[in-house]
Design a protein around this ligand. Structure first.
Ligand code: ADP
Ligand code: MG
Length: 260
């Protein structure tokens, strides 16, 4: 999740999914975003509206999740439910559902999915999907851009998270696995300053006050941009496995594995 768009959520979800799948975990990504950027990471076409994640929220949903296999030349374990424009109607479907924000949790309980890991890729901004996701998940990763706004937006995110966890009476609430800074631009001095572990005003220290982990950053790499060419449709792990920026995923994968 994140409170803004374009921070790298989809790129990160795709690389985590690939890496977990390669480690042998049967992994599903649910893309709850009308901007279906996962297409770019997989080379898939636009999903038929009847075969997008919007289907899960329809009143007559009977458990036939529209799952497609992805990257099958490289792994047997990676699957996706695509997002797309049909999700524009989903907030209305949620409004029509008596238990509102519990709709996704209810669907997953009633129609369980047989996967080792399910990653939910969200749109930028927190409402309404953020509130629908909270009751349905066990853990969350907050992607942030390391700019000087990061401490403020991190604080706002935590405020939103804790007030919703209380309002929704989540017991237990999902756990924040960590904030994950993603550096979408070539390194500048400000990045080091914002992520400086020793600086009490920098992001790691602010998060520490809330007992929230800050993962080391995912560094800028032009390879991520190349990988979002739909004619490539493969994670950087496949064709540039030695790209230094991939190291950033290691602690995140480790933290996820510790939860399994
Ligand atoms: N670490 C990075 N280095 C370089 N480019 C990146 C990095 N992370 C993401 N990008 C690029 O930034 C753009 C937005 O990323 P995306 O994952 O779609 O963001 P979001 O899902 O948060 O909207 C994409 O073109 C992606 O290739
Ligand atoms: Mg996205």
């Amino acid at each position: 999740m994140s409170n803004s768009g374009g921070v790298g959520k989809t790129t990160i979800a795709a690389h985590l999914a690939y890496s977990l799948a390669k480690k042998g975990y049967k992994t599903l990504v649910i893309e709850l975003d009308q901007q279906d950027s996962f297409r770019l990471s997989t080379g898939l076409g636009i999903a038929d509206p009847e075969r997008s994640a919007a289907k899960i929220f329809q009143p007559d949903f009977k458990g036939d999740y529209p799952i497609v296999q992805i990257w099958q030349d490289h792994t047997e374990n990676a699957f996706l439910i695509q997002g797309g424009a049909a999700l524009r109607e989903t907030p209305r479907a949620i409004e029509g559902y008596k238990r509102r924000y519990y709709i996704l949790q209810d669907r997953l309980k009633k129609f369980p999915l047989d996967f080792d890991v399910i990653l939910i890729d969200t749109p930028g901004g927190l409402e309404p999907f953020g509130t629908v996701i909270l009751p349905a998940i066990t853990h969350l990763i907050v992607v942030v851009e390391p700019d000087f706004k990061a401490t403020t937006s991190g604080g706002l995110f935590l405020e939103w998270f804790y007030s919703n966890a209380i309002d929704l009476d989540l017991d237990p609430p999902p756990q924040i696995l960590g904030f994950l800074p993603n550096t979408r631009q070539p390194e500048i001095a400000a990045h080091a300053k914002i992520l400086d572990k020793e600086n009490p005003n920098a992001l790691p220290a602010i998060l520490q006050e809330h007992e929230t982990r800050c993962f080391p950053q995912i560094k800028f790499s032009a390879e991520f941009v190349n990988a979002s060419d739909p004619s490539v449709g493969l994670p950087v792990f496949v064709y540039r496995p030695k790209a230094p920026a991939l190291k950033g995923f290691t602690p995140v994968i480790q933290a996820i594995e510790e939860c399994l």
